[in-house]
Ligand binder design. Structure first.
Ligand code: HMH
Length: 209
């Protein structure tokens, strides 16, 4: 049987590339350029819109005793979407933009998970939240205004939530046949790849002329 913890141990390089990136270390030092950060912010808002749809599908397929955690997660996503809108206003950013192809690819992958068994969806959902939980914590204390962003995904309550998601995914994996466990393992690797590309997309953003 495979567990979330084992996936992290089996693919350390893949996980490292998902959670350690110059984008994040430049937020810590304050050297990130506003156009890089703002590209991330707008695209991540668009990502979270589709991630919320994924969360709703996960809830629809979940056993009843997983509802508490997933409903709390959905409520947190409501706050998060509103928070993104506040940050966009502060920075005078228009959120009604096209998705970058990298964001589109990630959103398409999340949509494709709708056709997979609950154990696969739960593993991917955990991996997506775990990537941000670890990624924003890894560099250490960030300078303002980036500390607020690091705290959103790095705070202790979010870390506890990610642990609950791992427990729920593990439970689903435990009763899943090997073929579905393999699918979950592939989903973990795909999420890690897409996370790395998402950081790279924002880091490589060109200043609008
Ligand atoms: C790209 N991955 C990406 N954005 C996020 N907001 C999260 C994960 C966590 O919700």
């Amino acid at each position: 049987m495979v567990t979330c913890q084992q996936l992290l141990q089996k693919y350390p390089e893949v996980w490292q590339s998902a959670t350690v990136h110059p984008f994040l270390s430049s937020c810590r030092s304050g050297e990130i350029h506003p156009h890089q950060f703002n590209t991330w912010l707008v695209q991540d808002y668009l990502f979270v819109v589709d991630f919320t749809r994924m969360a709703a599908r996960l809830l629809a397929d979940a056993p009843i005793h997983h509802f508490d955690t997933l409903l709390a997660g959905l409520a947190a996503l409501k706050d998060e979407l509103n928070w993104f809108r506040e940050k966009a206003i502060e920075r005078q950013l228009n959120l009604e933009q096209y998705r970058h192809p990298t964001c589109t690819e990630y959103c398409g992958y999340m949509a494709s998970l709708a056709l997979t068994p609950y154990a696969v969806q739960a593993t991917a959902f955990w991996a997506i939240e775990a990537a941000y939980n670890q990624g924003w914590q890894n560099p250490g204390h960030m300078v303002p205004p980036y500390d607020e962003f690091a705290d959103r995904w790095g705070n202790a309550g979010f870390t506890d939530y990610v642990e609950l998601l791992a427990q729920q995914a593990d439970e689903a994996l435990q009763s899943a046949p090997t073929s579905i466990q393999k699918q979950a393992e592939a989903a973990f690797q795909e999420v890690a790849k897409l996370e790395k590309e998402f950081w790279q997309m924002a880091f490589a953003a060109e200043e609008a002329s």
